[in-house]
Design a binder for this molecule. Structure first.
Ligand code: GUN
Length: 295
């Protein structure tokens, strides 16, 4: 079997077009546009790239964006002070603090400062707490997990009653996507670095989500024939044949696994583009909520 490739790039482009049209229609009607603030503390090159990409995506769909930056040695008070200003700014409907923060800062306290109405990353303890509970609605769902669920939906995957295995228990992906899969009535197993005999667990999965940050860890014989495989990994590996000297690979050995799975996301062009599309969608959602609160 050769798997269907789930084209996250195309799906994300479609979603961005839908957002662009809706932003234009709301602008026409209310003379206002959604606004997103991405806060960058320090000079982590990967974070700088992500923040730049998020700003560009906003521009493309007509969302106003600001990108305040603070130096590496910013104090807790400075970061929280900036967030409080953004909380009070009526032109801003989404606030995202790019992670990781420099290690001297208290991440939980920073995330706790963001108004839950503007928490487009969905990382505020109240939003995460609601996501973790049955029958509670977070105001925002974290972007990468939400993007994964949209990909599964668009690929026509039935989650109800399925066995889902998630590799990785990070706050940003593994943990929240596990809750979303559970809410969709999958039976969910979360694996991590201490899991014994990992391949025997992953082979049980109808849906396998890999989010561990280990290049090509999931091999062909780790996957049940016909499973759906979502690869969240973005890993740089040396490749002297490239001008850059590296290429990007996922957590899944794509060429092996595509011969076993029924559907698979590529890296790049799978989950990655969905994350930004969901951020735009969350910002639009925050804006619409603010508009209805004004009425
Ligand atoms: N760092 C890696 N992924 C993310 C994300 O989705 N949001 C934020 N704020 N930081 C990240």
């Amino acid at each position: 079997m050769t798997a269907t490739i789930i084209d996250g790039k195309a799906i994300a482009a479609e979603i961005r077009q839908e957002i662009k049209a809706e932003v234009a229609a709301l602008k026409e009607k209310y003379r206002k546009v959604p606004g997103l603030a991405t806060v960058l503390v320090g000079d982590n090159p990967a974070s700088q790239t992500y923040v730049r990409m998020k700003g560009r995506a906003c521009e493309e769909v007509g969302i106003h964006s600001v990108r305040p930056t603070l130096p590496n040695d910013a104090t807790q008070e400075q970061v929280e002070g900036l967030i409080r200003e953004l909380n009070a700014d009526p032109e801003i409907h989404g606030i995202l603090v790019q992670l990781p923060l420099p290690s001297h800062l208290d991440e939980e306290a920073v995330l706790n400062t963001i108004s839950i109405e503007k928490d487009v990353d969905g990382f505020h303890p109240v939003n995460i707490g609601r996501l973790a509970m049955k029958g509670r609605e977070p105001l925002f769902v974290p972007c990468t997990p939400r993007g994964i669920m949209v990909l599964l939906e668009r690929a026509g995957v039935t989650l109800e009653g399925s066995r889902a295995v998630v590799l990785g228990r990070s706050n940003i992906v593994g943990m929240p996507v596990s809750f979303l899969l559970l809410h969709a009535n999958a039976t969910v197993t979360i694996c991590h670095s201490r899991t014994r005999d990992l391949p025997s667990v992953t082979r049980e999965a109808d849906v396998l989500v890999a989010a561990v940050g280990r290049p090509e860890m999931v091999r062909g014989d780790w996957v049940k024939p016909g499973a759906v495989v979502i690869d969240v990994g973005v890993n740089r590996v040396d490749d002297p044949s490239r001008k850059s000297g590296y290429r990007l690979v996922g957590d899944v050995a794509f060429n092996e696994v595509k011969e076993v799975a029924s559907a698979i996301t590529p890296v790049p062009g799978g989950v990655g583009p969905m994350t930004i599309a969901m951020l735009l969608q969350n910002t639009l959602q925050g804006f619409k909520r603010a508009l209805s609160a004004e009425k």
